[in-house]
Design a protein around this ligand. Structure first.
Ligand code: PLP
Length: 416
């Protein structure tokens, strides 16, 4: 079954051994053997440099930011605000346009409540796609329900691509926002966001892009895209959990009212009324996650130290290899076959439920995700309750795919 010679060797300038050495958790034995971590779309592992930045923050810099004059507070503020510069540079934004959030989910909720809800009238529409993560569906449903507006999903083809013609036909004078995932966490599909943004803007409709699965895999230039809002999470890009960012055009941020109230987001407070801080601080109430910001910046440094192009090429080669390996397993069907897709392999097998497949794989130390992947409408579209999802990252290699193939052959032997 295993024919590793079928596959081209990794590029010589991509030193997988060195990259793996950067991730201490990859040396952690699981089920008595080597960890084969293929659950990267859920969360990525963290390199030593990120762990060092998090540890170093609490050892050498910890104090509350923006408020005190003492040395540590200055160190914390400088490190925290430098992280904003770093994240802005990575997305090709300016620092005033980067709002720190707890992640993609909170970023989308911020736009839903602060930007969209005040603009919604009964009968208005929010145009989504059928492949959205629940985080890019439910916030819009919540604000739509308060305003008498409604959420409209654009259809998906059998290969798991957005039907762009159908999407275009759904744009109308009622559409108040387009929200679309950049890279689908379930299918790997990379949506043509530049084209979608152009088309929406031609009709005066603002666009939010959910970049949770994109920033560690494809270059993002928010200025070139001219996107209105771009949401991302640190933990999907080798950074810490519970931290992320919203890019928003400055004019939008200036026009939006605050969402959460509290410390740091105010300029003055009086019982008669309060006034707001400058953007982006107007949207950052309370003591922020300083270590999260610093860890996120270290993660982006790590990505840049390898280069997104080299990462994407490596993952693409692995995706091709993985696709070939899976196609040798009888009764296995890949869900999501869009050309040029990202390194995500979702599949079902005719002999076993995804949950059982995941359990068997785990016995061999292979960590995959099973279930609906927070995309229940997409599961409904494909008429399946769940898939097994193997999602790849910079530290994966042919040996991981070989083990996946071996373990799936075992599933077949056990269940078929
Ligand atoms: N959007 C997509 C496409 C995702 O894959 C995820 C996480 O799985 C999210 C949004 C939510 O990200 P977070 O939980 O970090 O807010």
């Amino acid at each position: 079954m295993n024919q590793p010679q079928r596959f081209a060797p990794a590029k010589v300038d991509f030193d997988l051994t060195a990259i793996r050495a950067d991730f201490p958790i990859l040396r952690e034995p699981v089920r008595g053997g080597r960890l084969v971590y293929l659950d990267n779309a859920a969360t990525t592992q963290k390199p030593e440099t990120v762990l060092h930045a998090l540890d170093g923050y609490y050892r050498h810099q910890n104090a509350n930011v923006h408020r005190a004059v003492h040395d540590l507070a200055e160190r914390a503020t400088t490190a925290y605000e430098s992280a904003r510069d770093r994240i802005a540079a990575f997305l090709k934004a300016t620092r005033e346009e980067i709002v720190f959030t707890r992640g993609t989910t909170e970023a989308i909720n911020l736009v839903a409540y602060s930007f969209l809800q005040p603009r919604l009238q009964p009968g208005d529409e929010i145009l989504l796609t059928g492949m959205e993560h629940h985080s890019n569906i439910v916030p819009w449903q919540l604000v739509a329900a308060r305003s008498g507006a409604r959420v409209v999903p654009a259809p998906i083809t059998d290969r798991g691509e957005l039907d762009v013609d159908a999407w275009r036909a759904l744009l109308s004078a009622r559409t108040k926002l387009v929200a679309v995932v950049h890279v689908s966490n379930t299918l790997g599909t990379i949506n043509p966001i530049a084209e979608l943004i152009r088309e929406a803007h031609a009709r005066g409709i603002p666009v939010l892009v959910d970049g949770a699965q994109a920033i560690a895999h494809v270059p993002v230039d928010v200025k070139a895209l001219d996107v209105d809002f771009y949401a991302c999470s640190a933990h999907k890009a080798y950074g810490p959990t519970g931290f992320g960012a919203l890019y928003a055009k400055r004019a939008h941020l200036e026009a939006m009212q605050p969402w959460h109230g509290g410390g740091d987001m105010i300029r003055t407070v009086a019982f008669e009324g309060s006034t707001w801080n400058d953007v982006p601080y107007k949207f950052e109430a309370g003591t922020p996650d300083m270590s999260g910001a610093i860890g996120f910046a270290a993660a982006l440094d790590y990505i840049d130290s390898i280069g997104l192009d080299a990462i994407a090429a490596h993952e693409h080669r692995l995706l091709e290899e993985g696709t070939q390996r899976l196609s040798t397993i009888e009764g296995l069907r890949i869900v999501g076959t869009a050309p040029g897709k990202g390194a995500i392999l979702s599949f079902v097998m005719d002999c076993a439920h995804p949950q059982d497949i995941g359990t068997i794989l785990d016995q061999d130390g292979v960590a995959v995700r099973t279930g609906h992947h927070c995309t229940m409408p997409l599961m409904q579209r494909f008429g399946i309750p769940a898939t097994v999802r193997a999602s790849l990252a910079v530290y994966n290699g042919s040996d991981d795919l070989e083990q996946l193939e071996r373990s799936l052959a075992k599933v077949r032997r056990l269940f078929a």
